[in-house]
Ligand binder design. Structure first.
Ligand code: ZN
Length: 102
């Protein structure tokens, strides 16, 4: 997987299609990512003690990495990620404008 924690991505499919967010976590073995504020599920939290109120919280659920595209910081477009060798280091680049992705 070429996506990393902290990358800004846009959902390309599903109910959050077109929405943007930052990657909070990546799960390479499952090819899944968690995006801040996207693919939220409602979770009811029950009151544990008397007098305490139960509440509903929203929590991000992981999505397939393939359904999100990285947003390039240079051209601000959702793009595919390419790789370039730079002094022996693999550098991620935007396939649209060839800028390095930081
Ligand atoms: Zn670009």
């Amino acid at each position: 997987m070429k996506l990393k924690k902290g990358d800004n991505v846009m959902m390309m499919s599903g109910k959050d299609k077109g929405k943007k967010g930052k990657i909070l976590a990546v799960f390479p073995s499952q090819d899944k990512i968690v995006i801040e504020g996207l693919n939220l599920i409602k979770k009811a939290v029950r009151a544990r003690k008397q007098g305490q109120k139960g509440q509903i919280i929203h929590k991000e659920r992981s999505v397939n990495a393939a359904s999100a595209a990285l947003i390039c910081g240079a051209c601000s477009k959702p793009t595919r990620i390419g790789l370039r060798l730079d002094n022996g280091n693999k550098v991620r680049i935007c396939k649209k404008c060839n800028a390095e992705i930081k």
